[in-house]
Design a protein around this ligand. Structure first.
Ligand SMILES: [Zn+2]
Length: 396
């Protein structure tokens, strides 16, 4: 059962009405916060060029060594938190911190809604490769209700997971008196979005809060109570702490800083795959490629994840294959015409295999699912032809 309410996703209002694709990669200008220049090239491509040409990686590595020297514990207590899914990137960062830089990482995972078998096995293999680890799991009752509300109101069932995932490592940092939280890459700069922090080692707290906590969970809860998704007895004043960033004042007092490993190291997702496969037992998807794209090793840990990318396709007209192929063009691994073919073939593929799991987790019926989905199709992106939804513009 779901109650229709106006869509809350504010990103949708600020999308350009004329759909364009980057001339260098295949990214769409419908990606929130991306900027195209006069030549029709996106800022993620421009950032990738800068990365290749003008960054002094030797100097950055020196900075990183200094950062580690400053914070390395002498008695083996934890000195860095690594937000870690057990995926290839975070596994590689934790491994390199421990073995290349002699740090003492504590790895933190915020549990995804529905663990996949391969995701869980990869996480276990990673822990077994010699890493201390916290799994933070929110109560299923509240998590499920807020996940459902995110899907209905924002077209993003992962909204609450994102909050938890971005907040939990900092809670643990404060609890354990660890000063550094080491993220992988600046996703905004790498994939297209805001490049304001592209030349900074980490994000300032206000920007961090704005970037990851802008949709108010309180509002979801309010609507959840009004519309009967959440029962009063299932929630109290502190129930939401587990999904939140600790107060910025506390983080400042605790001298906690966030850094991007990718600011200091010139890495590519593919290299991380090889590193994690060799050192932490990471395995690619045994069932072959991931639905909606051609890759076998990206974000494998959650059975509902494919719906995040499916909804991105519905809301913005591009899917996971576009994101993957655009990044690979920037890394110089594929040509644009290959990327166009991959996007045409895999983008927006429906995740049939996980459909029932998704419906069950959110307790919605199939027809309700489609009613909710169709509300997020914007008229400048979609049109209905002979009773079927078609994209008005495709990359070419
Ligand atoms: Zn581009």
């Amino acid at each position: 059962m779901w109650v229709p309410r106006p869509i809350m996703d504010r990103q949708v209002d600020s999308l350009p009405k004329e759909v364009k694709f980057c001339k260098k990669c295949v990214m769409s200008n419908q990606r929130p916060r991306i900027v195209f220049d006069k030549e029709g090239v996106c800022n993620a491509c421009r950032y990738a060029e800068t990365k290749k040409k003008s960054i002094n990686w030797e100097a950055r590595k020196k900075q990183f060594i200094e950062l580690c020297n400053k914070h390395r514990s002498k008695d083996g207590s934890y000195d860095v938190i690594v937000p870690c899914s057990g995926g290839k990137d975070s596994s590689t960062i934790a491994h390199r911190l421990k073995h290349e830089y002699n740090m003492h990482p504590l790895c933190v995972t915020f549990s995804p809604p529905v663990y996949s078998e391969i995701g869980w096995q990869n996480l276990r293999r990673f822990i077994n490769a010699g890493f201390d680890h916290y799994l933070v799991s929110p109560s299923g009752i509240l998590n499920r209700a807020l996940t459902k509300l995110g899907f209905i109101l924002l077209g993003d069932h992962n909204e609450i997971f994102d909050h938890g995932q971005m907040g939990a490592p900092f809670r643990v940092a404060l609890d354990r008196n660890v000063k550094i939280v080491m993220y992988g890459e600046n996703g905004e700069a790498e994939y297209g979005g805001s490049v304001d922090d592209a030349d900074k080692p980490g994000r300032d707290w206000r920007d961090f809060e704005k970037c990851y906590f802008s949709n108010s969970v309180d509002n979801l809860v309010k609507i959840g109570l009004e519309d009967g998704y959440i029962k009063k007895e299932d929630i109290n004043a502190r129930s939401l702490d587990i999904f939140m960033l600790p107060p910025i004042e506390e983080l400042k007092k605790g001298e906690v800083e966030m850094h991007w490993f990718g600011y200091y190291h010139n890495w590519t997702p593919q290299e991380n795959y090889y590193h994690a496969a060799e050192h932490t037992g990471f395995q690619a998807n045994p069932e072959g490629r991931t639905i909606g794209t051609y890759s076998k090793y990206a974000q494998l840990d959650d059975r509902t994840d494919s719906f995040l990318y499916y909804m991105m396709f519905i809301k913005f007209g591009f899917g996971r294959a576009t994101s993957d192929a655009a990044h690979e063009i920037r890394d110089g691994h594929i040509q644009r015409d290959e990327a166009v073919a991959l996007v045409r073939r895999y983008d927006g593929e429906f995740p049939h295999k996980d459909f029932q799991i998704f419906l069950d987790y959110l307790s919605i019926a199939e027809d309700e699912f489609w009613q909710i989905v169709d509300r997020f199709r914007l008229p400048h992106i979609w049109e209905k032809k002979n009773g079927e939804w078609k994209l008005k513009h495709q990359v070419s």
